[in-house]
Unconditional design. Structure first.
Length: 276
């Protein structure tokens, strides 16, 4: 019997994790067409999330089984299945594929063809062939946030940690961003997102037209912070689909995969890079 195992090493950012899960769905469906059963294993690190709280039941139909594992598979063989090197050494980064199949799916060219990213989507109107549906837990969080701000709004994504010039290079980014918003967005509504939550809260709390996702529940420490934060970051990522335009500020030529879902769902959105 032909079998395959896909391992998601969920130790990077939300956008990368979602893209890797989407790739897993693509590969699993390709294997399925060739009568190869695919098991999906999530390695979430030391604070695993509940898969059933994240995904709609239809997600699990893509795989023979879905489970969370305590330790990643790091060997080159998993039972009679060989690691076929889609992402280098097993258990290190993104996702791994193990299989005893000799089908065309094993070809590394297939891996390049199935690779998805926000950068690819920005280059063209690319829509996913397979739709990943999320649980009502996640969608309720999205709905609550979307209802809290005007329907007509843009999304502004500020990435600070990616700057290559060190801390000094973006030490005054908050001042510059405030000037940029006040000059260009007086009559426009903004959903502001960033890897610096403090910056987002300060700017949003001082401006009526700037909105941000509320992570305040995490500050009470009355919840499983790791799992709850994952759910909230995922909900914010999904909410980007509702904006009418995306503004970016980062320090590299590619686009953060946090924007992949927003690019590929909802209306097609223009993208503009913010220049200070």
């Amino acid at each position: 019997m032909q079998n395959a195992t896909i391992q998601i090493n969920a130790m990077s950012g939300m956008g990368d994790i979602f893209c890797d899960i989407y790739i897993a769905v693509i590969i699993a469906n390709a294997f399925k067409k060739e009568d190869c059963n695919t098991d999906l294993k999530f390695y979430w690190g030391p604070h695993p999330v509940d898969n059933k709280k994240i995904f709609d039941d239809s997600f699990f139909d893509n795989f023979n089984s879905v489970e969370t594992i305590d330790k990643p598979i790091t060997e080159s063989n998993y039972g009679d299945q060989k690691h076929i090197g889609f992402s280098g050494k097993a258990g290190i980064h993104h996702y791994d594929v193990f299989t005893n199949s000799t089908s065309s799916v094993v070809d590394k060219f297939f891996a390049r063809e199935t690779h998805v990213s926000a950068t690819k989507c920005k280059a063209g109107n690319i829509r996913p062939k397979n739709i990943i549906k999320f649980s009502t837990t996640i969608l309720d969080k999205v709905e609550t946030f979307i209802q809290s701000m005007p329907e007509d709004h843009c999304f502004m994504h500020i990435r600070k940690r990616d700057h290559t010039g060190g801390l000094d290079k973006f030490s005054n980014i908050e001042e510059k961003l405030c000037e940029y918003i006040d000059k260009n967005f007086k009559n426009k509504n903004i959903h502001l997102g960033s890897d610096d939550l403090g910056l987002v809260e300060r700017i949003s709390n001082s401006r009526d037209n700037v909105y941000h996702y509320d992570f305040s529940s995490l500050k009470t420490y009355k919840c499983n912070v790791q799992a709850e934060r994952f759910e909230d970051v995922l909900a914010e990522m999904i909410s980007v689909k509702y904006c009418n335009k995306i503004y970016l500020h980062n320090d590299y030529p590619w686009v953060s995969n946090f924007l992949y879902y927003g690019f590929t769902h909802g209306n097609q959105k223009p993208v503009e890079k913010i220049q200070f």
